[in-house]
Design a protein around this ligand. Structure first.
Ligand SMILES: Cc1cc2nc3c(=O)[nH]c(=O)nc-3n(C[C@H](O)[C@H](O)[C@H](O)COP(=O)(O)OP(=O)(O)OC[C@H]3O[C@@H](n4cnc5c(N)ncnc54)[C@H](O)[C@@H]3O)c2cc1C
Length: 374
């Protein structure tokens, strides 16, 4: 074996990929993790969507905005007087960036401790389990007995509401606003739409959330969903169900959104529009054309219950495969795959993956809903 050979090569260093590499190394295998994430400053950081522009920054802003909102609306009831309460969005964003920086660099420390080789670059699986890696300094090829694809997902763009990066944005854009939009439109009342709507609503935006489905949180227990809807509306979120967006155009400083509701055409004007209608698996350039990794109709890498792809010794985990797009689901798959590669017995129980929406109150569930059981 040459120096450039590993037992396990993981392409993607998000919450599915990096734990796979660490677990493999803990079990005595040589492991490399390749990740190409670059932030807006051009810094390359491990951690994927979750740490850079997902779970972590959203939770940082949720906490800041909740504290502000409580100080504004609840403190006086408790007899706590706060004079001159104000908002410094720049400081809030700086705190968020600091948390992201700390956690993403922490992964490199974890790699070092476990003996994982971390490479910041773009990986491409070639035939014969070789991996081409393009870094900022050149191209190299390594080989691995097992390759794990953990290339994640990206936001879905709507053809009638294309991102312009300024006024029509995805979740990443909505986590980076430098001021509070006076009127904020959100397309999609899913987890991300509700969390981001809550953040900016608590900080002062008038938030309208347009949801195409007539059912609120169809995936949750409907008794809980009903109660949550009541609370969120009371907090000022204007959640409009059965509202199908037909157009969104930027006219000067305003976004004009057209939608259909109850058979009638409606319009909404806002200063910024967040499109939060879901994410799609990302496999662009992850494997060469002569590597027969099968994708399903929706573009997910096809895997069996143990995350084996159609190619022997090639595995796939996380958002790029079927199942809920959740960080802990990807992590658990990554750990399972590493253990299987090391010859251990490992299983995933997909029926016990918890889901949480970090609104106030938080909405959480695990297992089947009553409707599913019936
Ligand atoms: C706003 C928001 C909030 C969220 N909040 C939560 C939450 O609270 N809880 C939760 O469980 N989940 C949450 N999620 C979902 C969570 O972020 C994802 O489920 C998780 O990040 C998926 O992990 P992953 O490792 O599969 O993919 P990703 O995190 O997307 O990581 C994939 C990595 O692979 C890299 N990559 C892709 N192709 C290549 C290549 N060819 N070569 C090298 N690298 C490559 C990407 O750059 C990326 O760094 C949230 C998502 C968003 C957007």
């Amino acid at each position: 074996m040459n120096d450039n050979h590993y037992d396990v090569a993981v392409i993607g260093g998000g919450p599915a990929g990096y734990p796979a590499a660490i677990r493999a190394a803990q079990l005595g295998l040589s492991a490399v993790c390749i990740d190409d994430w670059k932030n807006e400053k051009g810094e390359r950081l491990f951690g994927g969507t979750c740490l850079n522009v997902g779970c972590i920054p959203s939770k940082a802003l949720l906490e800041s905005s909740e504290l502000f909102h409580r100080a504004e609306t609840e403190f006086s009831v408790h007899g706590i007087k706060v004079g001159g309460l104000g908002l410094d969005v720049a400081a809030m964003q700086t705190r968020k960036a600091g948390i992201v920086q700390q956690l993403t660099t922490g992964i490199e420390a974890l790699f070092k401790a476990a003996g994982v080789v971390g490479i910041k670059g773009r990986g491409k699986l070639l035939a014969g389990n070789r991996v081409e890696v393009k870094t900022d300094t050149g191209v190299e090829t390594l080989s691995a007995t097992h390759v794990v694809l953990a290339t994640g997902s990206v936001p879905v763009e709507l053809p009638m509401a294309k991102f312009d990066g300024k006024r029509i944005v995805d979740s990443t854009g909505a986590l980076a606003f430098t001021s509070v939009p006076k009127r904020l439109g959100v397309i999609g009342a899913g987890v991300i739409g509700l969390e981001l709507g809550s953040v900016w609503g608590r900080l002062g935006s008038e938030v309208v959330i347009l949801e195409a489905l007539d059912t609120f949180l169809y995936m949750a227990d409907q008794q809980i969903a009903k109660e949550a809807l009541r609370h969120l509306k009371k907090q000022g979120l204007d959640i409009r169900l059965g509202a199908k967006v037909t157009s969104a155009t930027v006219q000067g400083d305003v976004v004009k959104v057209g939608y259909e509701s109850g058979g009638a055409a409606q319009t909404l004007e806002c200063d910024a529009l967040v499109v939060a209608v879901g994410r799609r698996p990302y496999t662009t350039g992850a494997f060469a054309q002569d590597v027969p990794v099968q994708l399903d109709k929706r573009g997910f890498v096809e895997v069996d219950a143990h995350c084996r792809t159609s190619v022997p010794k090639v595995w796939a985990v996380g958002d790029v495969v079927r199942g809920p797009m959740l960080a802990h689901k990807g992590t658990e798959e990554g750990v399972m795959v590493a253990e299987l590669i090391a010859g251990h017995v490992a299983e995933m129980n997909y029926k016990t993956i918890p889901s949480v929406i970090y609104t106030a109150p938080e909405i959480a569930w695990v297992g089947q809903t009553e409707a599913e059981v019936q």
